[in-house]
Design a protein around this ligand. Structure first.
Ligand code: GAR
Length: 202
């Protein structure tokens, strides 16, 4: 069976990467195969998660010159069809997005268009939701375009904010109830579209 070759780009703990790996093991992510992990920082836990699953991992430090060229070259070498940003805390340039031909999707830990865009990443997103006093937040998977967190929405799921929440407690609830469920589902949806295009072009 044809599958889409997926690259997952990570910056940290890699729990969303783990959710994708687990979904693949369970057969829920079946139209795509995680063929490459790109970590933008050495020493992060996501690298050992990739290693434990037997997935090739390229460490390409974001802070070093030539970062995007090296990312594009890794995507080309591994013949990647689609990219999943799973806790990637950088922002790719319009130039990279133009040069990578396949779809790229991202998970954001809020209900876009709330608490998103430049500067909203990781715990900061949950801090902002708590500071505002919203009673519901959630997660969004969307296509990546040249506007930070601005691409077409694929899936969203709401999560309650509860009295006494800290950014850390809220982050964990959003991950458990929304992110780890939505990201594998969205990856499967997009991979299935790629496979059906490949099949129709044979
Ligand atoms: C996740 O909550 C993800 O949604 C968020 O960073 C965390 C990474 O966790 N991403 C962003 O804020 C992107 N704007 P993980 O490394 O354990 O998957």
């Amino acid at each position: 069976m044809l599958t889409a070759r997926i690259a997952v780009v990570v910056s940290g703990g890699g729990t969303n990467l783990q959710a994708l790996i687990d979904a693949q093991t369970r057969g829920e992510l079946k139209s795509g195969r995680i063929s490459l992990v790109i970590a933008d920082k050495d020493g992060v836990q996501a690298i050992s998660r990739a290693g434990a699953a037997g997935i090739v991992c390229a460490v390409i430090p974001r802070k070093e010159p030539g970062f995007e060229e090296k990312v594009l070259s890794a995507l080309e070498t591994h013949k990647i069809d689609m990219v999943v940003l799973a806790g990637f805390l950088g922002i790719f340039s319009a130039d990279l997005l133009r040069r990578f031909q396949g779809p790229m999707i991202n998970i954001h830990p809020a209900l876009i268009p709330s608490f998103c865009g430049k500067g909203f990443y990781g715990l900061r997103v949950h801090q902002a939701a708590l500071d505002y006093g919203v009673k519901v937040t959630g997660a969004t998977v969307h296509y990546v375009n040249e506007v930070a967190d601005g691409g077409e929405i694929i899936l969203q799921k709401a999560v309650d904010i509860l009295p006494g929440d800290t950014p850390e407690i809220l982050q964990r609830r959003v991950m458990e109830q929304a992110e780890w469920v939505l990201l594998p589902q969205a990856a499967e949806l997009v991979a299935a579209q790629i496979v059906s295009k490949k099949e129709s072009s044979i």
